[in-house]
Each structure stands twice: as C-alpha cells, then as structure tokens.
Design a binder for this molecule. Sequence first.
Ligand code: IPM
Ligand code: MN
Length: 358
Amino acid sequence: ILNKRIAVLPGDGIGPEVCHEAIRVLEAVAERFGHKFEFEKYLMGACAIDATGNPLPDETLDACLEADAILLGAIGDPKYDNDPSAKVRPEQGLLRLRKSLGLFANIRPVTAYEVLLEHSPLKNDRIAGADMLIFRELTGGVYFGEKGRTADSAYDNCTYSREEIERIAQLAFQAAATRRKKLTLVDKANVLETSRLWREVVQGIAKGYPEVAVDYLFVDNAAMQLILNPKQFDVILTENMFGDILSDEASVIAGSLGLLPSASVGKLVSLFEPIHGSYPQAKGKGIANPIAAILSAAMMLEHFGLQEEADLVKEAVQYALEKKVLTPELNSHSPYTTEQVGTFISYCVLDGAETGPY
Ligand code: IPM
Ligand code: MN
C-alpha cells in the first residue's frame, strides 16, 4: 500500500478537464487497491501568467520538487501565439520546469489500437500491429540553446554534449532490450554536427547491447517511413525538436492526438503529461479526449512500481475503445463527453470492465 503526493498542474485550455478525469481514475485505483494518493493543484502556463505574471511561479516549482510525481494537463493560449513580441509566454513555464527538474527523457508510446484502425486516415494494413516507443531528448538542443534577435535576423543555437546524449541513449537501449530489440536513431547527420555527435555516442553505447539491432535514419526519411511502414519501428531515439515533430506525426497511427500519453523522467521527480496541447477551441465544451491524460496517469502508476494497477487502467481504456465510449474526434455519430469517458474508465477500474455504467 502506497502513499503518494501528486502535484497537479492542470494548465490551460482543455488541460483542467482532462486532468480531472485522470485524477478520478487514479482515485478509483486508490480505492480499489487501498493506496492513498493526495492531489494538490498549482498554476503553470497562461493561467499562471494571468494570476502572477510568471508562467512558472516559485510556489509551483517548489511543490513539484517536493512531490512524488507530477501530473500535467496542457499549457498554451493563442493570445500569445499571435503576438510575436510577447516577452512572457506560457511555454516558458513548461520549458523551465523540464530544465529545473532535469527531465531529460520524454517517453512517448505509440500503439495502433485494433479497434480504432478504421478511424485512421492511413491504410489499415500499414498500421495494424504498429507499436513503438519514442525517446525524445527534452532538455537540450535548439529548445535550450542560446537565442538572439536583432531587427532583421534571429538565431536559435543547437548544442548537445556527450553526456546529454549518453544518459538518454542508455535509457532507450535498456527499453529496447526488453522489447523487440530494435533501436532507430533519428538524426540529420548528413548536415548537422550535433547529429554526428549523436551517432558517435550511440555507436559506442550500442557495443554494450549486442542483442539490440541499431539503425540510423535521417529525420526527413524517418518522417516518411513512419507513415509508409510504421511497423518497422520499435524504439526511436531522437533529439528534442525532431522528437516533438515526429511524435505528433506518429499520433495519426494511434488514431488521435488525444490518445498519446508521455512520461518525462530524469534526475529528480518525474512528470506525466499527454502529448497534445491546450486545444483552446475545445475548452469547456466537454469534447476533449481524456484518454491521453488517463494513460499518462497509468505511466505514473508504472513509475511507482504499481504494474497491476497500471495494467488495469490500460485494460479499462481498451474496453472504452472497444465499446466506442469515445469523444467526438473518434466517434462523430454518438459521441461521449470528456466526463462520460472518464466515468466509464473509472467504473471499469473500480468494478472490473463488465459492470461499466454504459
Ligand atoms: C510538447 C509541446 C511542447 C514542446 C510545447 C508546448 C512547448 O509541443 O510537449 O510536445 O514543444 O515540447
Ligand atoms: Mn509537441
């Protein structure tokens, strides 16, 4: 029986709605297994700027550092996107949080769910059976390099150290060794010096994992291969920006961006968040898919060592997909609301799938 303190950063847009459902599912887990999870909410993102002027208030960072895990909804607001001169942005909060917590590895699983194949715009036979794990480096590269701006020019530097590459590559190889034993490094080593360092480091680490087959793809080709033949991928290892782009692309294989969870791990406390953004157009409408947030909570349970609990949440999600208890982007004919999907999954977790409420 575990006692855990979870810092919740609901954020902006649909973030609070999807977090709410993830919390209900975690509460169902706690009730069924006798764990005690405490949730405390803190501001980050545009809501924090509105309230304090700071996208990551000290209070939030301190609470995150003291928590056993962090659950994040989503951040971002279009009023900042459309103002290129804005000095303070919601995204700065998230980036500073990742950096401050040393969250160097962002792990994004992508699965083609059998029952959702028909919803994918991709041909079913191409995607059926696809199952991959993307390891995205999260605290380096062009996101965190020196930036500069004059009236008519701007730059963002991309820098990686050997150590930054080594630590995430080790995690990716360890994961590959427990899966289908294939690792693909995605880079642009024909052009970028940083990519050549990535290859050098990964080639060195590969020697310690003779059972793992390694291949190397340039990012442009990888973007095409992901759609052409996603089944070829097991573990994908890549730098920050390429991982950001490729994981959104990979969500088309799952059927919806609203399905993909992630775990960010590093030196201190770990953070769990859906890969989708704040989807401001959907805020308050009850149409946001809570499954990405709920599966992020399942990754949190795994991180706590609660495998049985995590599996139960994943089974409940699977059951919701099978029963077509889905938000409108996946079920336009008889859509369920964000809350109804959360209720269905919580019930399944609590009582077992067969006694679900619908
Ligand atoms: C993500 C998001 C963030 C990123 C944004 C909101 C800064 O797109 O988590 O993928 O680019 O890392
Ligand atoms: Mn992204």
